[in-house]
Write a protein that binds this ligand. Structure first.
Ligand code: NAD
Length: 382
């Protein structure tokens, strides 16, 4: 970030509109960091409280604490963990930048609402993650790391036995057998955490490259005897499997899953509905007392058939926890990381003391989903 004398851009953060969100898109240390980039910060009363920051922490760092209307009236850019709901969007003045997880891959209507209100939409989910200069802006990576760590703790907590082997005077308890499906950023953290708790961990991912990463953490790679390597997605990411491939994968996962006590699923394909990995037959084949944590559960569906956000226990005694919210449960650290990601995206767009979009610049082209200077030409890409 280039140091300049007086702030010329104003960044505001409001309370999140989702009720169960504890994270905040600005933390006190980031107020100081942004000031050096020429940005002054405004924050709504109590916006940081669930993440462990009181108003005075922000004031001491140099931010002004105001009510939402005053922030909306003054801010050039507003930052969110998620996104403002459409009701709030309508009250934001035209020309304001809205930075957050905007859901732009799956919600065209929302992107259209941003454009219609005359707002500039900066979609954190569109960050080109392979770009080394953009790594400090990568909210998917920072939040998925937190989620994977917490998923292992949630699974251990819900499981009715120990994760580690334990020898006691009353007998020896065998270690839990944990299966992680999806060994990306979240899956690798879940592997590491479950291993540190003493479980015997096995993991699977559709990307052949993940085998080495899984094994380097001391876990076993689950061989389904299927090869999806032809056609791995762009930039090393998973691609969506064909219907036949998915059916073969589900049958193999369902069969292998029966030997595990705990299953944590984290599999996603960028911009798509999460793949269904474990069907109802697979869930029914698990032992009574088994625990599943489905981090991909959402209104689009999850990795486990029948999972939904929250906890349910099947007739066969299997606990299924649909838990896409887990990074919010480690709100302090998750916010510290996320606020840095958002601030670095904002600072990227501060040029010569103003928020500026440069058409043709790689990050700008990727992140701006509404309000581009060349929006007529780009309309089809958003
Ligand atoms: P993600 O959250 O989109 O997906 C999670 C995992 O699910 C991925 O590993 C994916 O391969 C897996 N998956 C998808 N479909 C599956 C299926 N049908 N069966 C089993 N697994 C399936 O991705 P992520 O975890 O954020 O990142 C994925 C990869 O991208 C990782 O290898 C990560 O190291 C890499 N990455 C690279 C950069 C970079 O180059 N700077 C940045 C971030 C991530």
């Amino acid at each position: 970030m280039a140091a300049i004398q007086e702030p010329t851009v104003t960044f505001g953060v409001l309370n999140e509109t989702t009720t169960d969100e504890s994270r905040v898109a600005l933390t006190p240390d980031i107020v100081t960091r942004l000031r050096k980039a020429g940005v002054s910060c405004l924050i709504e009363h109590d916006a940081g409280i669930a993440a462990g920051y009181v108003d005075n922490d922000y004031e001491k760092a140099g931010a002004r604490v105001l009510d939402a209307d005053a922030i909306i009236a003054e801010a050039d850019a507003l930052g969110f963990v998620g996104r403002p709901d459409e009701g709030r969007l309508a009250g934001i003045k035209p020309g304001t930048w809205v930075i957050g997880m905007l859901g732009s891959f799956t919600d065209d209507q929302y992107v259209a609402a941003l454009s219609k209100t005359g707002l500039v939409g900066i979609a954190m989910e569109r960050l080109p993650r392979q770009l080394s200069s953009a790594q400090s802006m990568d909210e998917m990576t920072s939040q998925n790391s937190v989620m994977g760590y917490k998923a292992a703790l949630v699974a251990a907590n819900a499981y009715g036995s120990f994760f580690p082997m334990m020898t006691t005077a009353a007998g020896t308890v065998r270690p839990a057998k944990v299966l992680i499906l999806g060994a990306g950023i979240a899956g690798l953290q879940a592997i590491g955490t479950a291993k540190r708790l003493g479980a015997v961990v096995t993991a699977y991912d559709v990307r052949p490259a993940s085998r080495g990463e899984v094994e380097s953490l001391g876990a076993k790679f689950l061989d389904l005897g299927l090869d999806f390597s032809a056609g791995q997605g762009e930039g090393g990411y998973a691609r969506q499997l064909t219907a036949e491939e998915q059916a073969a994968q589900q049958a193999a996962v369902d069969e292998k899953a029966a030997g595990f006590d705990v299953i944590i699923t984290t599999a996603k394909v960028p911009g798509r509905k999460p793949p269904l990995l474990l069907t109802k037959a697979g869930v029914d084949g698990l032992k009574r007392g088994a625990v599943i944590v489905d981090c991909a559960a959402s209104e689009l569906g999850g990795n486990v058939e029948g999972s939904s956000v929250g906890t349910q226990v099947t007739d066969g005694g299997v606990t299924i926890i649909g838990a896409p919210y887990l990074s919010s449960e480690v709100a302090n650290t998750a916010s510290n990381l996320l606020a840095r990601n958002v601030a670095d995206v904002l600072a990227h767009f501060v040029r010569d003391g103003a928020l500026t979009i440069t058409p043709g610049e790689e990050l700008d082209d990727a992140l701006v989903v509404a309000g581009r200077p060349d929006s007529a030409a780009q309309a089809g890409k958003a």
